[in-house]
Design a protein around this ligand. Structure first.
Ligand SMILES: Nc1ncnc2c1ncn2[C@@H]1O[C@H](COP(=O)(O)OP(=O)(O)OP(=O)(O)O)[C@@H](O)[C@H]1O
Length: 485
């Protein structure tokens, strides 16, 4: 938002930047735009990709405390709303929890979606909104408003997410929003959470598609009275072959569902046909591609010396990574484990998690990260979506996200979800993407073009400048973690 489309002449690479020995952009970028001596942050402010934005979030300096009420009063901001939760007709027990959670006003997606979601008879919904703008509460409030509390042992709503960590997080949100609702029962359906032969007899079930499907097939979970079926991160759920098949099968096994809900920050065109089939006659809240980025996230990149150079840059960045909390995304599990080992040997404290760890270990590592026991988390795409940790002020794309056969094309959606782990609900943050050769450069360029993002270049040969730039944004992000209404 607020960014202009990027082309080869834009600031993705600063041609001939002082001291830069290799720059994959040099041969491609026109030397007309960027000023090599300009502070990247100033460039960002000129571009509108950071600094003074349409919300008035920054006043030209990053050292300002963000007021949530200012953001929510700005009609261009995804957190904007004119109404209050009361006006949306939400039940008082849920309202009490929202106040306890310090939710004073709905966000734009909550304000737009909730009247449609709560209307009778129930209607399907496909809802899109930028990362960190409160989609979870929108579907959780809907589910809690639809339950029959005289039937505490009857599964009535099933929420599915692509990863166990996200399912666990959603389970926590259901518990929080439902903390004052008498008689509410909630259960997780993730690998290892349900004993073989045990019955799943709670009103709200939150799980991953494979486990939920097995539980229904084995009749441990009776899906016959399920009323609401919600897919979070619905585009990846429907678009990934295994997950999509499992979701289809689950849907076929729960015939009484009255309301199907699909939520995500991204709904690429290619998935919409299937989404409409899965969720027929739905109300749709969609965004344009150029509305998808979160203006509080300053998106940067660094041009590294070969693949090995990426590790050196990461190690040099360690101090900055621990100013707030950070997540480093790698393509492969062995890369994630490998760089975690090397950083530990170099005396740094890091956490690492990916799908090769067992479920209990994964839960424990993510818990440590959430609780601040570890500030740097190295992971894969398994945590790219949905994870909500407000202290995350920096995201590193150690590898540019790729998709397709043999990872032949850039993956703009995964890029957007990864960087969306920072800049949650009006906070600001930084993302740094590492490029090191022509193909990684091209991939990042295509992602930037896809969303119309203006990326800011950090010079690996000018650490002083890099530190000053990143610290300014992060300091502001930390101030922003205490949002005042
Ligand atoms: N109305 C509100 N007021 C204040 N905080 C809110 C409100 N709604 C949600 N939040 C907070 O905003 C944060 C982000 O919300 P959430 O995780 O639901 O985002 P999301 O839109 O699902 O993002 P993603 O696309 O990354 O999954 C959470 O910490 C949540 O508690």
């Amino acid at each position: 938002m607020g960014s202009k489309p990027l082309d080869a002449a834009s600031s993705i690479f600063t041609p001939g930047a002082a001291g830069s020995s290799t720059s994959w952009g040099d041969e491609m970028a026109s030397p007309t735009v960027a000023n090599p001596n300009q502070n990247p942050l100033d460039q960002a402010q000129v571009d509108g990709s950071a600094g003074e934005n349409s919300s008035g979030l920054h006043d030209g300096s990053y050292d300002v405390e963000v007021k949530l009420s200012d953001l929510q009063a700005d009609s261009a901001n995804p957190l904007f709303s004119v109404q209050s939760f009361e006006e949306l007709g939400i039940n008082p027990e849920i309202m009490k929890a929202l106040y306890a959670m310090n939710f004073r006003k709905p966000s734009k997606i909550q304000e737009k979606a909730l009247p449609l979601l709560l209307a009778n008879p129930p209607q399907n919904m496909i809802a899109q909104s930028q990362s960190g703008t409160g989609k979870t509460a929108a579907f959780v409030i809907t589910i809690l408003s639809r339950l029959d509390y005289t039937r505490p042992k009857q599964p009535q709503a099933l929420v599915l997410a692509p990863a166990r960590e996200l399912a666990r997080q959603i389970e926590d949100v259901v518990r929080l929003v439902g903390q004052f609702v008498q008689g509410l029962t909630i259960q997780a359906a993730v690998p290892g959470a349900v004993e073989r032969n045990a019955r799943v007899e709670s009103m709200v079930i939150v799980g991953t598609p494979g486990t939920a499907m097995d539980l229904i097939k084995r009749r441990q979970l009776d899906g016959s009275a399920l009323k609401v079926l919600c897919l979070d991160e619905a585009d990846v759920m429907l678009d990934t072959q295994g997950l999509g098949d499992q979701c289809m099968r689950i849907k076929a096994m729960v015939p009484r569902v009255q309301q199907v809900l699909l939520f995500s920050a991204t709904f690429p065109d290619a998935v919409m046909g299937f989404a409409n089939q899965f969720c027929p006659n739905a109300n749709e809240i969609k965004l344009r591609r150029d509305e998808l980025t979160v203006s509080g996230i300053t998106q940067m990149y660094m041009d590294c010396e070969g693949d090995e150079g990426k590790y050196d840059v990461l190690a040099a960045l360690y101090g900055l990574l621990t100013v707030g909390s950070s997540i480093i995304f790698c393509k492969r599990k062995d890369t994630a484990s490998g760089i975690a080992d090397r950083l530990r040997k170099a005396g740094h404290e890091v956490l690492a998690v990916h799908s090769a760890f067992d479920g209990a270990e994964r839960d424990e590592i993510v818990r440590k990260f959430r609780d601040g026991e570890g500030k740097v988390l190295i992971t894969t795409n398994v945590l790219a979506r949905g994870i909500d940790v407000s202290t995350v002020s920096m995201v590193i794309n150690y590898d540019i996200p790729m998709k397709g056969r043999n990872d032949s094309e850039p993956d703009p959606e995964t890029y957007l979800h990864r960087i969306g782990r920072t800049g949650r609900f009006g906070r600001v943050g930084v993302s740094i993407s590492f490029v090191f050769d022509r193909s990684s450069y091209q991939a990042l360029l295509q992602i930037a073009q896809h969303f119309g993002i203006d990326l800011v270049r950090l010079d690996k040969d000018d650490w002083e400048q890099t530190e000053t730039t990143v610290k300014r944004v992060i300091r502001s992000s930390r101030a922003g973690t205490n949002l005042k209404a």
